[in-house]
Design a protein around this ligand. Structure first.
Ligand code: FUB
Length: 466
């Protein structure tokens, strides 16, 4: 047996084995495929980058509020950064903390102000840009930390970038050979080749604050465009156009808008909305746009795991499409997200693609990271979960994790077709119940629906197939 295991390991067979369930996975691996993407902590302001064929996400890391705003209200509290990576947008590895507020030589070590970051690669080095409250003086500086690998270890530069005060850095590596730093409210300046300082030939503007005159380096690319409380600029280049995308307040809360230009430093022309206000009133949104394996994606955030406090946000992903003229089609937030979900995984149907009658509730109101459940009551209540991957081999069983005081009759459909009905016995506790799927054979990518056949109180946590 031992010889067989060694042979299997030599052939790489062990490495190829698929995890059977989410619970078999190491602690730092998160499987979701749906929104929110990361389900074990808050992940705001997600910047996605592709390095070495993998997608890396550098979000900021909200925690429950430990500091208060000047008006006494609970406020953003962020003490460190994690980095996550994925090859399939479903299975995410949390590489752990890359920088803590105590590691920043020039930062205020108890400010909890590690807001939206970015990371870019140049000549084999990874440059991580992050805002932090400065220890000396007031406001935010932007720091750089450098690593040989996208997951670190990152080493902080001793000083923040000189001439930059503000938040939310984004670095555009433009096809003109220059790197441009965008930050704050759409301000942009060219970086030196060392990626750590502003170039000497940047334009300079003299600004006035009351009687006080001061000089700002670079240009304000959002001057004259819709920009009320704009922040979080994310710039990228595609098909000969530069895009400056940014959150701003259109009415009461933030939308994601964008402008286009033929030059990295503008002038930019406003083009419209990428994502409208969050319907639940979550005040901020913050995003990045990335092409991974030929598909464009919008990474953004929402307060799904913290509906009562919108400063605890979570990263979500949607597909993004361009029109032939280069403009961007508006993106709607979904629960289903973009990651492939295998029928053999726990399929959380509460991350539905469509719903009729059934309602979604938190599983455990004392620990929202436990996720959600689908609550059925009336005959015909139904949820549909799109693009569930059954692979080439039809499963023989379906397992429901459910509760139903009096039992319930449910139907499983693929597309429009009802394919099987199951009687779930009465259970007031969460229970896993296995039903025979034979002779139904479900293969390939399928939209599946779960519907209640007759009035009953039924709650489903997840279903899975084997
Ligand atoms: O995460 C803190 C701040 O909220 C970010 O820097 C802004 O873009 C907004 O998302």
């Amino acid at each position: 047996m031992k010889r067989l295991i060694i042979l299997a390991a030599m052939l790489g067979l062990a490495a190829c084995a698929q995890p059977q369930s989410e619970t078999d996975l190491p602690e730092n691996v998160i499987v979701s495929g749906t929104n929110p993407v990361i389900t074990n902590q808050f992940t705001a302001d997600p910047t996605a980058r592709v390095f070495n064929g993998k997608i890396y996400m550098y979000p900021s890391h909200d925690i429950p509020s430990v500091i208060t705003h000047y008006d006494g209200s609970a406020w953003f509290s962020m003490e460190d950064y994690h980095v996550f990576s994925s090859e399939d947008l479903t299975t995410w590895t949390d590489h752990g903390v890359i920088i803590r507020q105590e590691d920043v030589p020039w930062g205020k070590h108890d400010a909890y102000s590690m807001w939206a970051p970015d990371c870019v690669e140049k000549d084999g080095k990874y440059y991580f840009y992050f805002p932090d409250a400065v220890a000396e003086g007031r406001g935010f500086g932007i720091g750089v930390a450098v690593a040989d690998n996208p997951e670190g270890p990152f080493v902080c530069e001793p000083e923040p970038i000189k001439g930059v005060n503000g938040i939310d850095p984004c670095v555009l590596l433009a096809s003109d050979g220059n790197a441009y730093l965008f930050w704050g409210n759409g301000r942009c300046a060219k970086l030196k080749d060392n990626m750590k300082e502003l170039a000497d030939d940047n334009p300079r503007e003299v600004m006035k604050w009351g009687d006080h005159e001061f000089e700002m380096i670079g240009v304000n690319c959002l001057k004259g465009l819709p920009n009320r409380q704009a922040e979080g600029p994310f710039a990228f280049e595609y098909n000969g156009n530069y895009y400056l995308t940014y959150p701003y307040v259109r009415e009461n809360t933030e939308v994601l808008g964008y402008a286009m230009s033929k030059n990295p430093m503008g002038p930019y022309e406003y083009k419209g909305i990428i994502m409208a206000e969050h319907e639940n009133g979550c005040w901020t949104n913050h995003h990045s746009i990335v092409n991974y394996k030929g598909q464009w994606y919008l990474f953004y955030h929402h307060n799904a795991f913290s509906p009562q406090f919108d400063k605890n946000r979570s990263a979500q992903i949607e597909k993004l499409y361009f029109n032939p003229d280069g403009t961007i089609q508006e993106v709607k937030p979904t629960l289903r997200g973009v990651g492939p979900v295998k029928a053999s995984m726990k399929v959380h149907i509460d991350r539905y693609s469509s719903i009729d009658g059934a309602v979604i509730e938190y599983l455990d109101t004392t620990d929202l990271f436990q996720g959600w459940k689908t609550v059925f009551a009336k005959e015909g209540d139904v949820v549909t979960f799109n693009e569930l991957d059954f692979g080439k081999k039809a499963p023989k069983k379906v397992i429901f994790r459910y509760k139903a005081d009096e039992g319930a009759q449910v139907a499983l459909r693929t597309g429009e077709k009802a394919c099987a009905e199951f009687g779930l016995p009465a259970s007031s506790e969460w229970t896993e119940y296995e039903c025979d799927l034979k002779p139904v054979r479900i293969k390939g990518l399928q939209d599946i629906s779960v519907a209640l056949c007759a009035d009953a109180a039924l709650e489903i946590d997840w279903i899975t197939f084997k």
